[in-house]
Write a protein that binds this ligand. Sequence first.
Ligand code: HSE
Length: 404
Amino acid sequence: MIQVAVMGYGTIGSGVVEVLEVNRDRIAEKTGQEIAVKYILDLREFPGDPHEEKLVHDFSVIEKDEEVQVVVETMGGVNPAFAFVKACLMSGKHVVTSNKALVAAHGTELLEIAREKNINFLFEASVGGGIPLIRPLTQSLAGEQIQEISGILNGTTNYILSKMAKEGQNFETALRKAQELGYAERNPEADVEGFDTCRKITILTALATGREVNYEEVSTEGITWITDTDFKYASVLNTSIKLFGTSRVEGDNVSVYVCPMMIGPDHPLFGVNDVYNGVMVRGNTVGTVMFYGSGAGKLPTASAVVSDIVEIAGHLADNIAIGWTERKQELMPMEALSYRYFIRFAGTAKEKLPDIQAAFGKVETAELPGMDEFAVLTEKMPEKRYRKLAAAFTDIRQMIRCDL
Ligand code: HSE
């Protein structure tokens, strides 16, 4: 029997206990042994909960119990999760986490401790919710040189943008609904300002390059400034607007960024809507592979946590190589990257277009009936050049980068 402790009995933690129960027989068959939850750590009381007798409030009970072999961390946030996880690893316990903030900030150190102790620190659920993504990246694609990862990595913002695009819902209504459905972070700023996507693309990039990526160096924009007018143009142009986390690797040149992106129907991520996440990975010999599924929510995320517990059951006495080292990865500045740009100008196309074309070169235009503005789509150019050209115009209302 493998004894497990679950730290954090919120949405994901209670989901883990549920998945272990619902799939108990299948898991026992697969691992050849029973997985039993011995402790649940939480500050709160859960009167009447069927697992109430497993509840503890003192972390040291778990830390000191030598029977506990695997600890699941579903508390979220960096403190006290980091201290608890580190202490568990130091005392020789395998750790599984869904906590992207923890992995992005301290993954290098925690993986190093796990290697030294010949145990495992696994985090499949930290990116893409229920989508198997980290194990395919570190195992199935281990022999590839990863050239690009582009993903819709946040269910909450994808849900909001989908509702804005399809139902004309406003931002607040869609966010409230996402919170009710249990998709959003405790602080929704982490979702809508792009911080959650930033942590996730940081983790994926570290796994792809094998080097530590500092998430604070990742250029990050959220979706709070995207408006219903942008979606009206997107509809006219037969495009969509999605929040992308992207990393591109060209030799030693690695760029990582998070920003809303206008994409067309031929983009592989165009059809990824609602709470779903989609991730496109391009390798030098495999070409493009796609991952798609529920990117947030109780049971999908818990399913990914349980997959790590099952993986550990087969590696109780050895460390699974993940390939994320202590070497630091330099990142290219966003200004060096090239995109097409969707730009909205105040005024009329008839009056302004000659100046715009003189500056930006060939552009496509789009107009909405009855609006005192119009939009253009430029050709591809480095962001540095775009910024220089745009500085000469005082009538720009909006700019969205495009992958068209
Ligand atoms: N708030 C996150 C999301 C949860 O919406 O994707 C899953 O990481």
